[in-house]
Design a protein around this ligand. Structure first.
Ligand code: LLP
Length: 457
């Protein structure tokens, strides 16, 4: 027994004692995340309790090594493909830099994302501009910055882009096709079917018509076909069906126009685990399945293999992020339900309220009292809505109390990028961790930021 060397719950413990060795947390936490017997959690070699003390809460901590490892995974799984990080999952100058250094391209879908990427020095030829409603200004900006590709989503855009490119260098474009494949974690994110706003329908020939129009414009180069099926997809099957349909369209284009279109962009949507025991879509598994099917379909239609493009967002950044909240109250309702209210909420993570998304949470910074069992607790936010629930039925120690720190993993994607100014709470700070050091990437939003936008007569 090592009882006498067991650390005091508030103490640092004895690193020489194996009982004090940190244990790895495993998915959905970042690869290097550990828990010490004293209850502290660390990622990137940084104690989450110390990060919370230093930067305040709510705080989003981004593990740089984890994000870079995910990029490398994709590059290793798809060495001959072009992998573009979907900036909509989360973008900051630092993230743009890491992604660029890891050799990925960038998918942007607004003037803001495009300007931030350009200001961060992201190579423009590796940027792809998306969007179903690009303004003429956005298109002009993309042209001025010389972005590598623009995905056209509607006929008006083809006309505008054709006019912009007439007396200028040609623009490589992708035609966004709706392949009639339904996939994704929620109806709101299923973009591969008719009945939603994106792309040109395969059925009825609209996609073929868009291709014809692009080919007839001297300023446009048809670089490839694109589709994006949906988000948080955990099986390869939908992608394989999309390959079948898009390769058939490539063959039709070859037969009708005598053109072999060189690129096939299958969008993003690769699922990640949010809860222990869940599985994501492994890039290597996806690569094996896609390469096999693509080779088979191209042989069937006697086509050269197109170059693959992929646009993972969530799968690159989700696991790198951990959200930290301070517990403000613990309340037991008349029905026995326990609520732990924290200092963040739906303004920093709208996903549970929007999609019913599930998360888990863990006590950080101290060990539970001896004998404290786990019980179900709803971790709720501080906003003025009953639906402001961050983690439904979290398993947390029965001695959870005000002042405790809670950590929520898999927080890197679509939380901060969809954060709002609700109740003027202000968006959280973001800190990066790496090799035992933490640095602030984005400071907390304050009421002064809100006031600064007001115009006082
Ligand atoms: N490419 C295109 C054209 C997209 O529209 C998207 C996501 C992606 C790539 C990246 O998808 P990912 O690999 O991240 O799944 N707010 C929702 C997700 C919306 C995804 C929108 N488009 C959520 O929180 O689940």
């Amino acid at each position: 027994m090592t009882t006498c060397f067991r650390p005091h719950p508030d103490g640092p413990g004895d690193p020489a004692d194996p009982a004090d060795a940190p244990t790895p947390l495993g998915p959905p936490w970042p690869a290097g995340a550990t828990a010490s017997p004293s209850g502290d959690l660390s990622i990137g070699g940084v104690s989450l309790a110390e990060a919370a003390d230093r930067f305040g809460t709510p705080l989003y901590v981004l593990d740089e090594a984890e994000l870079r490892a995910r990029c490398r995974d994709y590059r290793a799984a798809f060495p001959e493909a072009e992998v573009l990080y979907a900036a909509k999952a989360f973008l900051s100058s630092a993230v743009a830099g890491w992604v660029a250094e890891e050799g990925l391209g960038l998918d942007v879908c607004s003037e803001g994302e495009l300007r931030l990427a350009a200001a961060a020095g992201f190579p423009p030829e590796r940027i792809l501009l998306h969007g179903n409603a690009k303004s003429p200004e956005e298109l002009r900006l993309a042209r001025r910055l010389r972005v590598g590709r623009i995905a056209v989503d509607n006929h008006a855009e083809i006309t505008r882009l054709a006019a912009l490119t007439l007396a200028d260098v040609p623009q490589r474009v992708l035609v966004r096709v709706v392949p009639e494949v339904a996939a994704g974690h929620h109806e709101a994110v299923r973009t591969g079917v008719t009945g939603q706003k994106f792309g040109f329908a395969l059925e009825g020939g609209d996609a073929a018509e868009a291709v014809r129009r692009v080919l007839e414009q001297p300023g446009l180069i048809l670089a490839g076909l694109h589709c994006h099926l949906g988000s948080q997809i955990t099986s390869t099957e939908p992608y394989l069906t999309a390959v079948d349909r898009l390769v058939a369209l490539l063959a039709e284009i070859r037969d009708r126009h005598g053109v072999q279109v060189p690129e096939l962009d299958l969008g993003g949507g690769h699922g990640v685990p949010y809860l222990p025991g869940e599985r994501g879509l492994d890039p290597h598994h996806l690569a094996d399945a896609l390469h096999g099917r693509l080779a088979e379909q191209c042989a069937l239609h006697r086509l050269d293999l197109p170059r693959l493009l992929l646009e993972p967002g969530r799968a690159v950044v989700a696991s790198a992020g951990v959200a930290l909240y301070r517990v403000l109250t613990v309340k037991t309702g008349a029905d026995g339900r326990v609520f732990a209210a924290v200092d963040g909420g739906m303004s920093d993570n709208p996903r549970p309220a929007l999609y019913g998304s599930r998360y888990c949470a863990r006590l950080a910074g101290r060990a539970p009292a001896a004998g404290a069992a786990l019980r179900e607790v709803d971790v709720v936010g501080r906003h003025c809505e009953a639906g402001d629930v961050l983690v439904r039925a979290a398993r947390l120690p029965a001695d959870l109390r005000p002042g405790d720190l809670l950590a929520v993993p898999a927080a890197g994607a679509y939380q901060l990028s969809m954060a709002s100014g609700y109740n003027l709470v202000g968006r959280p700070a973001v800190a990066a961790v790496r090799d035992g050091r933490a640095r602030l990437l984005i400071r907390r939003e304050t009421v002064e930021d809100f006031r600064a936008r007001e115009v006082h007569a």
